[in-house]
Design a protein around this ligand. Sequence first.
Ligand SMILES: [Zn+2]
Length: 277
Amino acid sequence: MPREVWYQVQSVLDAHKSAADATQIHDHYLKGTVYCGQCGSRLIICNSRNRHGKVYPYFVCSGRHGDTSDCTRQAVLIEDVERLIESYYDRIQISGETRQNVAGMMHAQFDQLMAADTQELAGLAAGRDRLDNERVKLLQAHYADAVPLDLLKQEQARIGAELETINNRIAAHHDEYAAARANLEDAIGLLANVAGIYRRCDDANRRLCNQAFFTAIYLDDDGEPRVTYQQPYDALCDPEVQANALNWAAETQKSDEVQTRTGAVPPVEGLNLVTSG
Ligand SMILES: [Zn+2]
């Protein structure tokens, strides 16, 4: 596995590790993730022995098993469920092209959000410059004996507090987008490689992987899993989002070609207003 991919897997899985219950270790890794497709109850493990004494572990519907519903869901071999979920990952894994399109579209959306905040950031940066200026003038006045020491200290404290507020707001704004972009890259990198990764994961990491992707996997009698996704996979795996990304990429390419033909230079906006602390 390429090192870059492994880091991405780790960062996505680590986010779910803290939520994992240590007492689950001895349970099957799918327990808690798989549900009955018919009545929505949890599937629980049940061992069945054949007449030769061989034990077969099954998933059975806890609703049917406990007589709390009139569910008729058949028991299903755990081994078969494991295979079903492995092949489900084959189906949701995205191609390199889709990865590029979806990442490109989402980064463009981040750019728009950041651009919308540019005015506020410019205001913050101006406020910071004004305070820096004020601080210099205050010291100069103090050295010229125009400002007594106690007033100097008082004013310095006020300026320091205001500067801290502004710097915190600028840093928070910057961190928020940087973290969101990094998370997006990690999540989408995992999605582009997930089928092979899942097959090679041990049981503990398979559990984490399933928890990172799905809030629940429902198993119907026809053997087709139905899933509900965790964020951000609810968006990344949404066929509509992927289709929009394809359109977005086509539109972007078209407008790039027009600009190249007419010799227009695309505007480069300095979004990074945060330069110092
Ligand atoms: Zn059921």
